[in-house]
Design a protein around this ligand. Sequence first.
Ligand SMILES: *Cc1c(COP(=O)(O)O)cnc(C)c1O
Length: 235
Amino acid sequence: MSIQQNIEHITSLIESAQTKFGRTKGSVQLLAVSKTKPVEAVLEAAQTGQVRFGENYVQEGVNKVEYFTQHHPDLNLEWHFIGPLQSNKTRPVAEHFAWVHTIDRAKIAQRLNDQRPEGMPPLQVLIQVNTSGETSKSGIDEQQLFELAQLISELPNLTLRGVMSIPENVSDYQQQLAAFKSLTQLKEKLAQRYPDIDTISMGMTGDMEAAIEAGSTIVRIGTAIFGQRDYSNKQ
Ligand SMILES: *Cc1c(COP(=O)(O)O)cnc(C)c1O
């Protein structure tokens, strides 16, 4: 199937899950995860009307943002950084992306705030939470979440929009659902304190339906749109 057909298929799956679980129409956005894929693949997806794209690697992502800003400014693509972020690589992210999903410590938040260029809108950020306990290495726990949220809420060039999680990869639906529901609960708690919180980034190709049932507002889909990835040129 073509990228266009894949997007149509995923979009209809999102719509039927919204209906099935009583979610508001249009409340779940599709983020097309284009890591390792060439600009031609992104362009094909964009020509279906897809505007939100996710990238994991700083240099690759920056190259694509620059390519589309230069050659297809009319498409107005919205770029989300969704990969692990080291503090020595925050500047290009602050300068090129609209969203960052993977903030997990104060130093990263502070640097992104300080390096966000004047004249750009605030960077929209999510805090990455660990919803799988000891089995997951990425993301922070509930207590750290509230400390970090407080810090971010005081940074003028960042807008805290919510939470993100990459739960342990399991095939059991009820297990997927339980991890996602715990993230939704954390988002609800945060939203009582901070007014701009409206986003839960969860759900990938293998667990999208459970994520939508549990309340996801952004699903991050790569494989089901662009096919399998080839990592042979990544370290
Ligand atoms: C690669 C990646 C995705 C997309 O995963 P698929 O299983 O290909 O849909 C989503 N989120 C993050 C953080 C990723 O790194």
